[in-house]
Design a protein. Structure first.
Length: 577
């Protein structure tokens, strides 16, 4: 039997060469991404030696983007997306529009048709998903306020590019394409309306049906006790929703996978999904960078270096300054604006898709696609160091904004993470007891209000070691975590335990499964103690205590009964019909 091993060879060669080049890059002080890109150049069609299958590599790279966006969705609930809409919707649209306009001006100055200039502008106006997310991950910023804004920004850009990909084929004959015009203005408007309705329909489906059905499905599979079935269920959800989004609603696979992760993040089993179901995410993400390198022709640097550098200037310098200004104008903090500006200063997968479509429609020559890829390669290479510098600068600004004059000399104090309804109640109880308390909160207004009342507060993300360090976690006696996101709460526990192995920890949870997981996590430490509090169960036990007293039982009897239920970790067996 004859076997076609092109797929196996592409995966094997891509990963092996990426590992070698990435290791060399890391050893000489460069970001591993640079090595992955050079690995793609080495196995690409423009250099001598072995040539990998570029088509297969591109499809594998797409799978990496899908899995990466799914993983981000697991750490990013739909409520988080709604919370940043005030920033990301106008910000992303404004940045993409202005940058596209700059690209159109450059393309027209080079003598390209208006259609070719539009393709160039669109290619430069959208940031690369993988580049931005992996960069934020390396700087420990993915779960920070800037990280949440970045994810929302990417979602808006993704939707914008969906409209661009719908429009380009329809208007190509009008702006210099090689096809015959067959679309009237009315038909074009109808296409736009249909695209909008499809996207709205998909989002509504995820919010109304997905948030209920997907967690229920995972819970049913988890009860069967088969780890491989659970892993398969999670991957089926990611790829299945991605396929439905692409085929039925015209939304990209990656955006569909993001929403799949977002609905799973609200499940009791989100931590298990994140830990067990994505072991290949990083490997496929690496293949994305390899596939980008394979598109690059090194000869373009010798032939068109001035034009490549002009594009790099717009992508890296213009977009960075523009995004920083937009984010600050919309009211976000300087640290968030710094990280966003640096992160957006690159282009990626959608840029290549738009450029390839432009070539197919006859809007731009093949050389334009080569210029875009060359500029992307340089922008991606320099983006890592720029983002690292921006993150370092952001921490300095954050520290200056968040330090409090009364924080020096703290010892045996309490650190409270989150100042919402539950956090405020805990804070009031501790204050009445005379306990020294430091609040860590991301909302600038809440921090300002606390300081005005004489409280000790730090603005920042408690999952970052430097933020807890400013709260003197090494000398703290107790850490109370009221943050609702399970994955983030576990990250805060890990950071706190690393700095202070003996600290006592109390965590708010939303489900019995999450409580059990966190109790086991807290019990695994030898030097510290802790407790995970399931808020819904505590409310039920409080109502039960009142009911017993109302029926004539004494307070002591009611306390003993409720305490016995609490000690046995009682959970109701009620299941909705």
């Amino acid at each position: 039997m004859t076997h076609d091993t092109a797929l196996i060879a592409t995966v094997a060669v891509g990963i092996v060469v990426a590992f070698i080049f990435g290791l060399i890059a890391a050893r000489i002080g460069l970001p591993p991404i640079v090595g992955y890109l050079l690995a793609g150049v080495a196995v690409g069609p423009f250099t001598p030696g072995y040539v990998a299958n570029a088509g297969l590599a591109s499809q594998l790279a797409d799978l990496g983007v899908i899995l990466l966006m799914f993983g981000v969705g697991l750490h990013f609930s739909l409520d988080d997306l709604i919370a940043v809409r005030r920033i990301v919707v106008p910000g992303a649209l404004l940045e993409t529009t202005i940058t596209t306009g700059a690209g159109i001006a450059i393309g027209h100055a080079w003598g390209w048709s208006w259609g070719g200039a539009l393709v160039l502008g669109l290619s430069m106006g959208v940031a690369g998903t993988v580049v931005l997310l992996k960069g934020l991950e390396r700087q420990d910023q993915l779960d920070s306020p800037a990280g949440r804004v970045a994810v929302g920004w990417l979602v808006v850009e993704d939707v914008t590019m969906v409209f661009a990909l719908v429009l380009l084929p329809a208007i190509a004959p009008m702006i210099g394409g090689n096809a015959v015009a067959t679309t009237s203005v009315g038909a074009l408007a109808l296409k736009l309306v249909i695209a909008v309705l499809k996207i709205m329909g998909f989002v509504a489906l995820m919010v109304v049906v997905g948030r209920r059905f997907v967690p229920w499905l995972l819970e049913q599979v988890a009860r069967l006790g088969s780890r491989e079935l659970f892993t398969l269920a999670v991957l089926t959800t990611a790829l299945g929703i991605g396929a439905v989004a692409a085929e039925l609603f015209g939304v990209s696979f990656a955006l569909g996978a993001f929403f799949a992760g977002a609905v799973i993040s609200e499940s009791d089993l989100s931590h298990r999904a994140a830990a067990d179901a994505l072991p290949m995410q990083d490997a496929f993400a690496v293949l994305f960078f390899v596939s980008v390198g394979m598109l690059f022709d090194p000869g373009v640097l010798a032939r068109d270096i001035p034009r490549v550098l002009a594009l790099v200037g717009v992508i890296v310098v213009w977009k960075t300054i523009l995004t920083f200004g937009i984010v600050r104008t919309l009211g976000e903090s300087t640290p968030t604006a710094l990280i966003m500006g640096a992160g957006i200063g690159q282009i990626g997968e959608f840029s290549f898709i738009v450029a390839e479509l432009g070539v197919e429609l006859g809007l731009v020559p093949k050389e334009a696609q080569v210029l875009i890829v060359g500029a992307a390669l340089i922008a991606i290479t320099v983006n890592g160091p720029i983002l690292a510098f921006a993150a370092k600068l952001a921490r300095r600004f954050d520290k200056g904004d968040s330090d409090h004059p009364h924080l020096e000399g703290l010892h045996d104090h309490v650190i409270l993470v989150g100042y919402g309804r539950i956090g405020a109640t805990v804070s009031e109880a501790l204050a009445r007891a005379g306990v020294r308390l430091v609040v860590v909160e991301e909302q600038e207004r809440a921090v300002a209000d606390l300081r005005k009342r004489g409280g000790m507060a730090i603005r920042g993300d408690a999952s970052r070691p430097d933020v807890l360090e400013r709260a003197h976690v090494r000398d703290a006696r107790l850490l109370v975590i009221t943050a609702p996101e399970p994955v983030r709460a576990r990250r805060i526990v890990e950071v706190a335990r690393t700095a202070n192995p003996r600290i006592t920890i109390a965590i708010r949870t939303h489900s019995a499964n999450e409580q059990s997981f966190l109790e086991n996590l807290l019990a695994g430490a030898h030097d510290s103690t802790g407790r995970a509090v399931y808020t819904e169960r505590e409310a039920a036990l409080s109502l039960a205590h009142y009911s017993l007293v109302a029926l004539g039982r004494s307070d002591d009897e009611a306390d003993m009964l409720i305490d016995s239920m609490r000690r046995t970790n009682y959970t109701s067996t009620y299941r909705p019909a």
